[in-house]
Design a protein around this ligand. Structure first.
Ligand code: HEM
Length: 226
């Protein structure tokens, strides 16, 4: 069994399964964050519900493990590839055989990771270990996650533009990463043949656009419209 997980296909399988799990997280996270557009009470109630929900509490360490495995195995696979191919293919062959995105998945992943690091410090850290403000909603006191999140994009100064820029570039990098990742994951777990290839590529692209555009709407809305 341990031989399987050390094999090239075993490592890719772990990356695919953890990646598909992260994709589900992204859908739930996007849905929860779009409640921001509904205003303070709506978002704070949904954040409070997520925070006090036992299923979400159980899922959080599993999510952290998913991120950890996905990043660890992508680094292992990438270093293995670099080691086994010290001499680069001629530029022209490389371009014919693959797309820019597929060749730069590791760098897009590194960029998304850098975004994630900043993002966790911005919100998760403050809500879990800092002292976020509180607010009364329907007679119940809860953390004011709305003011914390929207404050990052609406503080008015140059920092709001910098953070919005970092977030939007992060979402575009994530969208490009997903554009290749979904198709690649389906291929690894064997859901891909000539007939399905086109359909899965379209589904992957639609999902990548949904994630990049869906998340970007949030900083754009608070920076320019609200
Ligand atoms: C504008 C877009 C986004 C907003 C407003 C946002 C907001 C938040 C907030 C408020 C939290 C803290 C939740 C809590 O602890 O109660 C959080 C946590 C988190 N976010 Fe985001 N997020 C955004 C985009 C993303 C993206 C694109 C990713 C993934 C690449 C991501 C990954 C995470 C992770 C891993 C956590 C910690 C786990 C959790 O609390 O669920 N977020 N986010």
């Amino acid at each position: 069994m341990s031989n399987f997980f050390n094999s090239s296909i075993g490592k890719k399988l772990i990356m695919s399964i953890s990646g598909l799990f992260l994709i589900m997280f992204l859908l739930v996270h996007l849905t929860a964050n779009l409640f921001l557009l509904g205003g303070s009470d709506v978002f704070n109630l949904s954040a409070h519900f997520m925070d006090s929900n036992i299923i979400i509490q159980i899922m959080q360490p599993i999510l952290a493990l998913g991120f950890f495995l996905h990043i660890l195995y992508s680094l292992i696979v990438q270093f293995h590839n670099w080691k086994s191919r010290p001499v680069k293919y001629a530029k022209v062959n490389q371009k014919e055989a693959s797309t820019w995105v597929s060749r730069n998945m590791i760098w897009l992943g590194v960029f998304v990771f850098a975004f994630l690091f900043i993002h966790i410090i911005n919100f998760f850290w403050v809500l879990k270990f800092g002292e976020p403000g509180t607010v009364m909603v329907n007679g119940e006191e809860m953390e004011d996650a709305y003011t914390l999140v929207t404050g990052l994009f609406t503080s008015g100064g140059v920092l709001a533009y910098i953070y919005s820029g970092i977030y939007i570039i992060g979402f575009i990098a994530l969208g490009l990463h997903l554009h290749h990742a979904l198709w690649s994951a389906f291929q690894t777990i064997g859901w891909s043949n000539i007939k399905w290839r086109k359909i899965l590529t379209v589904i992957g692209d639609m999902f990548a656009i949904l994630i990049a555009v869906g998340f970007s709407i949030i900083p754009i809305y608070f920076l320019f419209i609200k």
